[in-house]
Design a protein around this ligand. Structure first.
Ligand code: CA
Ligand code: CA
Ligand code: CA
Length: 248
């Protein structure tokens, strides 16, 4: 049985600081901002059998901004680490949003999660990355270019860390530079720090970047009702003026 962790481990990210670099994205609407996440690697691993899922935690606390509407995960491995074929790129075991911070990968399954993810293709928008040869079968945990959550089980850190087709389970491989957008079921405000966890199967040097999309507070605009009242007043005055002139 060939394990995903057959390659030497590389540090996940040079930065372990959970500070947030905030940037306004001009490509998006003026009412959204993108916040880059800084991940910290937890101690130990978790998962199914074999269990070698590395877990990374990012703190999301942006009280000056609006509500979180989406979270984006993108493979940033540059073809380093892991295996080719249908496990190319970052092997995502699970994601989790929680108000609870833990430091050990073994604890991440037990903490309470916020029920904000829709793992169907409606709420989970997948852009597959490049699959290194062999290009068949398709990326593991996907069906027809979408994430198949019956296989990926993104709500649970439960992946079997293997490339044996008979026992592979519990994750999705993103492909090189593959990306997933998780649109939350409802926007969430950030009155308290929120912790975002992701799991990488194999703990073998594959890395991802994370971003949250937040809505900006809306700029003040006239209320539609007062606009309507204003134009009605205008019509009334115009009619009155015309009648006045006609009667002359
Ligand atoms: Ca991989
Ligand atoms: Ca899983
Ligand atoms: Ca991996």
């Amino acid at each position: 049985m060939k394990e995903l962790s057959s390659f030497p481990s590389v540090k996940f990210l040079t930065s372990s600081i959970a500070t947030l670099a905030i940037s306004l994205s001009s490509s998006q609407s003026a009412t959204a901002a993108t916040i880059a996440l800084g991940f910290t690697k937890l101690t130990g691993v978790t998962g199914g059998s074999p269990a070698t899922t590395a877990v990374f935690r990012a703190e999301i606390s942006t009280s000056n901004f609006g509500d979180v509407t989406s979270i984006v995960i993108k493979d940033n491995s540059n073809r380093t680490g892991g295996s080719a074929g249908n496990v190319s790129g970052f092997d995502l075991d699970a994601i989790k949003l929680s108000y609870v911070a833990v430091n050990s990968a073994a604890d991440v399954n037990a903490i309470s999660a916020l029920d904000l993810f829709d793992f169907s293709p409606t709420g989970t928008i997948f852009t597959p990355g490049t699959q290194r040869p062999p290009t068949a079968p398709e990326l593991f945990g996907t069906t027809g270019g979408n994430i198949n959550n019956a296989v990926a089980t993104l709500g649970s850190f439960d992946a079997n860390s293997t490339t044996n087709p008979r026992t592979m389970f519990g994750f999705v491989s993103l492909g090189d530079s593959g990306q997933v957008i998780f649109n939350l079921k409802r926007p969430i405000s950030l009155e308290n720090p929120l912790y975002f966890y992701i799991g990488e199967v194999g703990d073998n040097g594959e890395v991802a970047t994370g971003e949250v999309i937040v809505s900006q507070p809306p700029s003040p605009v006239p209320e539609p009702s007062s606009l309507a009242a204003f134009s009605l007043a205008g019509i009334y005055l115009a009619v009155r003026y015309r009648r006045k002139n006609k009667s002359k």
